[in-house]
Design a protein around this ligand. Structure first.
Ligand SMILES: Cc1cc2nc3c(=O)[nH]c(=O)nc-3n(C[C@H](O)[C@H](O)[C@H](O)COP(=O)(O)O)c2cc1C
Length: 329
């Protein structure tokens, strides 16, 4: 699937130069970061909730803004978790607007992606679904997706549980392109993922420690300083495990939600509201940190085990150039 020029099924399907997807990140996907990945020859994926509620742009205007910053194609993250009807209705409207604005690549996560596949089909759009294990992959295949993003146990955000090798073995006989998400923070890991047989990578953590990312200098430095063993899973942000850097606060407060907190975060009727409140709270703290440039002891710093390979804040172009130059040597 991979040639020496670095082109793979993924680059051919998406019309991009390098098989690198700039993963959607709530709240870190600022427009400049998304555009920078696309300009560097990969494809940046916008996170709609980030775009509108964190970066304060009207959704259509936000897409136009990003497209004004790059000539490359961009993608959109569509989160399909069973949520309130209002949230799903909003996501459907955003998807329609993205299609009207020419977006043709969609990364879906959580829930059943069939409605997305149906919505994008008349426009020739492509849907890649995030999966952490075989049963979710089978559901996504039944829904008609065009590719899978295999989220392993090294990923930032909501990590999976398998190693990159084990997850690919589990999915290998599925006749769809499979992208590796998780643990790709340097060129060795990038090369390693392609050598294993993945058609490309989706990266998140590496992109936070870039010039274009609008997160605070303190957050970026914490990523540079952290080693693999400093990454822990906490249940305290959304009720489902999220990878964070083990800061003093995490150490002090632990990673398990208390009984009442767990009840609040998982109760079917109220969990969406509680998670929304938690997430707004963490965004408010991060925004405050961005203004100050430093992170406070109360901030959750999301990052995956790819921190191990991240040594400096660099531009997205420099990172992608280095990784792909190595790949073609
Ligand atoms: C801070 C942060 C926020 C994330 N938010 C989202 C999100 O909103 N939607 C999503 O599909 N994936 C999200 N992810 C996952 C990324 O898109 C990507 O799959 C993951 O970061 C890859 O692992 P890596 O961090 O080791 O590169 C997030 C990851 C991070 C680090």
């Amino acid at each position: 699937m991979k040639t020496h020029s670095g082109s793979t099924v993924l680059t051919e399907m998406l019309g991009i130069r390098h098989p690198i997807i700039g993963g959607a990140m709530y709240p870190c996907s600022n427009p400049e970061l998304v555009a920078a990945v696309s300009s560097a020859g990969g494809i940046g994926v916008l996170q709609p909730v980030s775009l509108v509620y964190v970066h304060g742009l009207d959704f259509r205007a936000g897409i136009r803004h990003i497209r004004g910053l790059t000539d490359g194609p961009i993608g959109m993250n569509v989160l399909t978790e069973k949520s309130s009807d209002r949230y799903l209705e909003r996501m459907r409207q955003w998807l329609d607007i993205a299609l009207e604005e020419g977006v043709r690549f969609f990364v879906s996560s959580l829930g059943n992606p069939r409605w997305i596949v149906d919505a994008v089909a008349p426009h020739g759009g492509l849907v890649f679904h995030d999966v952490t294990e075989r049963r979710w992959a089978d559901k996504a295949v039944d829904a008609g997706v065009h590719g899978l993003i295999a989220v392993n146990g090294r990923a930032g955000g909501h990590a999976g549980s398998r190693s990159p090798e084990a997850l690919l073995d589990e999915l290998r006989d599925i006749d769809l392109p499979i992208v590796c998400a998780g643990g790709v923070g340097d060129r060795a890991a990038y090369r390693g993922a392609l050598d294993l047989g993945y058609v490309g990578v989706q990266i998140g953590t590496r992109l936070i420690a870039t010039t274009e990312c609008s997160e605070s200098a303190g957050y970026k430095q914490a990523i540079i300083d952290a080693g693999e063993d400093d990454i822990v899973l906490t249940h305290k942000i959304t009720g489902v495990p999220v990878s964070v850097i083990r800061t003093e606060m995490v150490e002090r407060e632990g990673t398990e939600a208390g009984r009442f907190e767990h009840w609040l975060l998982t109760h079917p009727r109220i969990k969406h509201w509680v998670r929304a409140v938690y997430s707004i709270r963490s965004v408010v703290r991060l925004k405050r940190a961005n203004r100050r440039g430093v992170v406070s002891h109360r901030d959750y710093l999301q990052a995956g085990k790819s921190v191990a390979g991240i040594e400096a804040v660099e531009t997205v172009a420099k990172i992608i150039e280095r990784w792909t130059a190595e790949a073609s040597s």
